[in-house]
Design a protein around this ligand. Structure first.
Ligand code: NAD
Ligand code: WQD
Length: 333
């Protein structure tokens, strides 16, 4: 079965391509390389020892997308399912360019749905985010928690896409990721942050690699045990496996699934765990809160466990060790 992976040259997409190939799927990637490099697709091929199709196409370009579907059919490998990662993902950039985020993320998803329907492709796995929940009232958060006012234009695009997919008539698994971290244990693929990373782990790794002077812990006066924020960090390879599980086990028309470990970890605990995993010291300073940060969130992943037969298997220590190995690989390139 041929699966189209939009955004497959990106961080989570590349790891998912490996997991899909390892599970016996034929993979075709569509990516406009706006936040990635084609070498990542080459590394996926090398890692999985299997060819994958690659089209440098913007998913907002309906005509170009249509020709990908047609080309695949004419080659006798018609697309039968889509795993849809392609989106812009920077929360801070989305405040500066809300229209671009809307056009790319919502417009791109709209175009994809149209082309899927006109080609009779019904199965979709969509990358959503725990950001749709805002700061939930009850923890751990399950899928019945309401969407609160989106905290960023980026978050709003995920809420809008989810609503659009719900009305599309497709068979769709909506995967709400918590905080994906780490890299493939081979250190051949990982996250490629462009510019100054916003997210904790790539920033921390760059500090330890000597590329930045220190990590600022955004807030130590939150109402948590050690005063720093709490998140649910999961290994990107566990996340990749969840997409395979969704393709294989999701059968209901539309269903949302939380993907996390079910365990919350504070920023200070992440630092301690990184030091423990790598033997490296993390230069850090306590600083002011970052605007817009929620205090704490972690998943109740029991629906994914029961229905997708998926559970996060790797530890945070493993994920941090893999993130560090990948960072060292990047520096050596
Ligand atoms: P990423 O930026 O590494 O990957 C996204 C890929 O999509 C990139 O390769 C980019 O070039 C491509 N892309 C963007 N717009 C495109 C377009 N119009 N046409 C074709 N390709 C396009 O990001 P990621 O971390 O791998 O995230 C993948 C998905 O998961 C995104 O939808 C993101 O919103 C979602 N998500 C990510 C996180 C996270 O923390 N990384 C958390 C929750 C949800
Ligand atoms: C994690 C924790 C920071 C950097 C974002 C998006 C969300 C989702 C995941 C896509 C927070 C703290 C960070 C630093 C720090 N993405 N921190 N110093 O904020 O949970 O979520 O990524 O959907 O939508 O908002 O992730 O990695 O930015 O931060 O102290 O230099 O690390 O305050 O508590 P976040 P993050």
């Amino acid at each position: 079965m041929t699966v189209l992976v939009t955004g497959g040259a990106g961080y989570i997409g590349s790891h998912t391509c490996v997991a899909l190939v390892e599970s016996g799927y034929d993979v075709v990637v569509v990516d406009n390389l706006s936040n990635s490099d084609v070498t990542m697709v080459e590394s996926v091929v090398e890692l999985s020892d299997h060819s994958i199709g690659f089209y440098e196409v913007d998913i907002c370009d309906e005509k170009a997308l249509e020709s990908v579907f047609k080309e695949q059919s004419s080659q006798g490998c018609p697309i039968e399912a889509v795993v849809h990662f392609a989106a812009l993902k920077s929360v801070s950039e989305s405040f500066e360019k809300p229209k671009l985020y809307h056009a790319n993320n919502v417009g791109g998803t709209e175009a994809l749905i149209k082309v899927m329907k006109s080609n009779g492709v019904e199965k979709l796995v969509f990358s959503s985010s725990c950001t749709v929940y805002g700061q939930p009232e009850e923890m751990p958060v399950d899928e019945s928690a309401p969407f609160l006012l989106a905290e960023s234009p980026y978050g709003e695009t995920k809420q809008k896409c989810e609503k659009m997919i719900s009305k599309s008539g497709l068979t769709a698994a909506i995967l709400r990721y918590f905080n994906p971290i780490g890299a493939h244990s081979s250190a051949k693929i990982g996250e490629l942050p462009i510019g100054v990373p916003n997210n904790l782990i790539p920033f921390l790794c760059q500090v330890v690699a000597g590329l930045r002077p220190e990590l600022i812990v955004f807030g130590d006066d939150y109402p948590t045990e050690d005063g720093s924020c709490i998140r649910d960090y999961l290994h990107v390879c566990d996340l990749a496996d969840a997409h395979v599980a969704a393709l294989e086990n999701h059968s209901k028309s539309i269903r949302a699934y939380n993907l996390g470990t079910g365990k919350g970890t504070s920023v200070l605990e992440v630092i301690a765990s990184f030091e423990n995993a790598t033997g490296e010291k993390v230069p850090f300073k306590l600083g002011p809160r970052r605007e817009g940060d929620i205090i704490s969130i972690w998943a109740n992943p029991s629906r994914a466990q029961a229905e997708l037969k998926w559970t996060a298997k790797r530890t945070i220590k493993e994920a941090l060790g893999d993130a560090w190995r990948w960072q060292k690989e990047l520096v050596s390139k």
